[in-house]
Design a protein around this ligand. Structure first.
Ligand SMILES: *Cc1c(COP(=O)(O)O)cnc(C)c1O
Length: 465
């Protein structure tokens, strides 16, 4: 059978050996399953903490997304639970009287990850050393300065600074000099559709994703998935889940199976919106460094102006839909994010949802990080983060423009034909007006090819033959 594309396999749930030949697998809410003492080996389920048929369907689907057998996949109650289970099952137990498990992690981490690592540190269960993992030389120096590294935790691109971590290079380095170090990748920013760190050469040991984000895509459930390189790793993690009851509930598993079906189209539209917005912010709105003002900037891994554009493209299938920009002024950014003119962009944390979201990380998701530490890590206080949903791009731009005008950042000139950035004096043609707006294809921008045109060129050639 030919190997099918990932956006195809997540749509199909296959035949479930169901007595009624259902098209959609049912939700099994039952917590208990009857036991046949004469035939115990044939029994797959007895108690839902240990296993549930609806959770199994989900694990099967995620297995297809990462091209691993279902046994290697575990679904848990949130993305943070996924990391907790991984650290308990694979890292914390390395502790002895004279060794505290050591974790190297990035310094632009998801806030919740930082909090969990701090917790383990305070309890002396593990020490975490933070380094800018997007700087390979720095990472290498830190790694070599430590006696024993039990775990390397990577996240790429980082959020919200959109820095790219060279995961393939770090994996080659770590697996060469310290094969026993567990390399864990938080793949939430990309999802399995854009990146599969298990299939790199060498691959990582475990990947996890917050299913609350792209996988489900509707902000109506919390979940996490853990995908292991081998069944042996998965069984160590299963032990923790079975012991603690961290498995995803049947109803949420069912919703996630449904959400996952549209991952391909959702992510396509979200990435397309993100590509167009990033260009517009950089070019029409002037959020780019100028000769006199270096403080304005658009950050997105899909932009060619991003120094990591090529690196990101080398191991990912898409740019994701999270971007950020700096206005150069904390006060103006704050006015923008609190503008009453915003009617589509919701001021909310999180990302991956079908709705577009806007936030100011230093006041929201990163507010728990000490301002001094933010400064030390070069965290821009004026940063505005955009997480694109699936709405029409023309409306998204107009909504944001109205708020930027309201916040006194942009002045619209000549009936909307030109945009003047009041903060850095950039003047540019606007592309918000419908007839000027020629939609770009992310394939033209990201892959530098137009699939449709390529197909028609092939047709001309074949008709000549
Ligand atoms: C949201 C998120 C998490 C945590 O997931 P939850 O489902 O909210 O627990 C972990 N890592 C990243 C990168 C995230 O964005």
């Amino acid at each position: 059978m030919p190997i099918k594309r990932l956006d195809t396999v997540v749509v199909n749930t296959g035949s479930q050996n169901d007595q009624h030949s259902v098209s959609v697998p049912p939700v099994y809410l039952s917590t208990t399953f009857k036991v046949d003492l004469n035939n115990e080996d044939a029994q797959n389920y007895d108690y839902s903490r240990s296993g549930n048929p609806t959770r199994s369907v989900l694990q099967h689907q995620i297995g297809k997304l990462y091209r691993v057998p279902q046994e290697n996949v575990l679904a848990v109650s949130s993305g943070m639970t996924a990391l907790d289970v991984i650290l308990r099952g694979l890292v914390l137990l390395n502790g002895t009287d004279n060794h505290t498990p050591t974790i190297i992690a990035g310094d632009d981490l998801y806030g919740g990850t930082q909090r969990l690592l701090n917790f383990f540190k305070q309890q002396s269960h593990a020490v975490s050393v933070h380094v800018d993992t997007s700087d390979f030389e720095k990472f290498k120096t830190v790694f070599q300065s430590l006696d024993k590294v039990d775990c390397v935790l990577l996240e790429s691109p980082t959020n919200p600074l959109c820095r790219v971590v060279d995961i393939p290079r770090i994996l080659r380095f770590v697996k060469c000099i310290s094969p026993d170090t567990t390399v864990v990748v938080d793949n939430t920013m990309m999802s399995g559709l854009n990146c599969n760190p298990l299939q790199l050469n060498p691959g990582c040991d475990v990947v996890y994703e917050s299913a609350t984000k792209y996988l489900n895509g509707h902000h109506d459930l919390m979940g996490g998935v853990i995908i292991s390189k081998t069944p042996e790793i998965a069984s160590k993690l299963y032990f923790v889940i079975n012991s603690t009851g961290a498995g995803l509930s049947p109803m949420d598993s069912w919703l996630l199976v449904r959400g996952l079906k549209t991952l391909g189209v959702r992510l396509y539209q979200q990435q397309r919106n993100a590509m167009i917005l990033a260009h517009w912010l950089e070019n029409s709105c002037g959020f780019k460094p100028t000769r006199t003002n270096k403080a304005t900037k658009t950050r997105f891994v899909g932009l060619r102006s991003n120094p990591d554009f090529k690196l990101h493209k080398s191991f990912n299938n898409g740019p994701g839909a999270v971007l950020s920009f700096e206005t150069g002024s904390f006060e103006h950014s704050k006015r923008l994010v609190s503008s009453k003119k915003l009617s589509i962009w919701a001021v909310t944390v999180s990302f991956g949802c079908v709705n577009s979201l806007l936030s100011m990380p230093c006041k929201m998701s990163h507010a728990s990080i000490d301002p001094e530490l933010r400064k030390e890590r070069d965290f821009p206080e004026d940063l505005v983060r955009l997480c694109c949903g699936i709405e029409n791009i023309v409306d998204l731009k107009k909504d944001l423009l109205a708020a930027m005008v309201d916040a006194d950042i942009i002045e619209v000139r000549e009936n909307g034909k030109y945009l003047f950035n009041k903060l850095n004096k950039n003047l540019a043609v606007n592309t918000t007006i419908d007839d000027l707006h020629k939609p770009l294809s992310i394939y033209e921008e990201f892959y530098n090819q137009d699939l449709i045109r390529k197909d028609s060129e092939l047709n001309i050639k074949s008709s000549k033959l």
